[in-house]
Design a protein around this ligand. Structure first.
Ligand SMILES: [Zn+2]
Length: 410
């Protein structure tokens, strides 16, 4: 099967995750793709193919070297973001891309503009794939899934590449932070992992945000508004004051980049009696996280004084941690990825990722797992797109990576 056909088949399967669900996977439809991948792994002739109840697929490309080369794992997630619909995805293949803005046929008000996507100018003449404007595309992370399957197919078909054991790992629910909950690392049994879940081409992410979630809760006092005088305490209004007090010119995703962190309210709900906001806290180090948490607590404390009858709490729970230190424990994880890109004819760049990946969680569990480019652009949006040539480059990088790790021992 061609890489393009694989990708198109995977994106047509609706695998949207649901953060309000408590089942695993969060949506049963993710299992449709997991089952298909397990079948395809068997059909390719991969070894040790397994599919767990929670939708995790594992398989092995058996070694072609005789010595004990380290086992490496290639990881991608089958689910797509809850932020944009993944139902009835109609991928549009723009072959021989002409360099112009891409008007999406299902909703012509949606236009992927070259001015906002300068990477497109490097891809003229190639094949761009978009959705039709009514859904996301799902290249995050079905480009990664397709790239891994295509690389495994190549290694199985051409046993001349000398490599150690390679574990394929497909997870569910990465987009809602539960990608590794049901992943048995002992069963993966690898020295290093690589997530294929990255932007563009030639980028390695070996550093991610550290992340906490803050839930700001205001308990008010509800009465009938006719008798509200001196009795009613409106939680909605107090929560609005809290949100208004958050920094705007700094510390927000809208106003920061690079290594700057932020606090980001992303969901509110409630009524007069109680209202809450969910706030993402992101930074590259612990001190930064602590400073953001202190800021939220300072606002809450001011509001407690102003509204003594209300109860205001800020509850913080950890989400994931920067992978920098965990990756440093196995220096080859990064060094060989850089070398594999060079061997594939790509000048690599390293960049910290302003988010988390399954790799952040895996690294904290003891499997150093940097993230590699797979041609993702505008993830989670109806303006999402990918490039066939960037995906092909990612396949080549994996083959080179297999070759380089195949020369290693221990
Ligand atoms: Zn992803």
């Amino acid at each position: 099967m061609t890489l393009l056909d694989r990708f198109l088949a995977y994106v047509r399967i609706d695998t949207q995750a649901d953060e309000h669900s408590s089942t695993s996977p969060s949506t049963a439809k993710q299992l449709v793709l997991s089952r298909l991948l397990a079948e395809e792994c068997k059909a390719l002739g991969l070894a040790d193919v397994s599919l767990s109840e929670q939708g995790v697929v594992l398989a092995t490309v058996p070694a072609t070297v005789e010595h004990e080369a380290p086992t490496i794992a290639w990881v991608a997630h089958v689910d797509t973001s809850p932020e944009t619909s993944g139902t009835n995805v109609q991928p549009v293949v723009h072959a021989g891309y002409d360099g112009r803005d891409l008007v999406l046929p299902g909703d012509p008000s949606r236009v992927i503009r070259v001015a906002e996507n300068p990477e497109l100018t490097q891809l003229v003449g190639g094949t761009i794939i978009t959705a039709d404007g009514t859904t996301l595309l799902g290249a995050d992370d079905k480009s990664g899934v397709a790239v891994i399957m295509a690389a495994a197919e190549r290694l199985i078909a051409n046993r001349e590449v000398r490599h150690g054991p390679i574990r394929l790992v497909f997870t569910c629910d990465e987009e809602i932070g539960r990608g590794t909950e049901h992943l048995d690392l002992a069963a993966v049994n690898a020295r290093v992992g690589y997530t294929l879940d990255g932007f563009g081409k030639g980028v390695i992410n070996a550093e991610t945000f550290s992340a906490d979630l803050a839930v700001v809760k205001v308990m008010g006092i509800n009465t009938h508004p006719s008798v509200g005088k001196d009795a009613l305490v409106n939680a909605i209004k107090i929560l609005a004051e809290f949100l208004e007090a958050l920094p705007k010119e700094s510390c927000s995703p809208e106003t920061t980049e690079g290594r700057e962190g932020f606090v980001h309210p992303y969901a509110i709900n409630g009524g007069v009696a109680s209202a809450e906001a969910r706030v993402l806290i992101r930074d590259f180090d612990e001190e930064g996280l602590a400073a953001h948490a202190a800021l939220l607590e300072a606002i809450a404390s001011r509001l407690r004084e102003a509204h003594p009858k209300a109860a205001i709490t800020v509850t913080i729970s950890p989400q994931y941690r920067n992978m920098r230190e965990g990756i440093a424990k196995e220096p080859r994880a990064l060094a060989l990825a850089l070398e594999a890109m060079r061997q594939a004819g790509i000048e690599p760049s390293e960049s910290p990722i302003r988010g988390g990946t399954d790799g952040s969680l895996l690294t904290s569990l003891g499997l150093p797992t940097p993230n590699l480019s797979t041609g993702e652009h505008n993830p989670h949006s109806p303006l999402e797109w990918t490039s066939l040539e960037e995906m092909e480059a990612a396949v080549e990088v994996l083959v080179q990576l297999a070759d380089l790790w195949g020369r290693e021992r221990g």
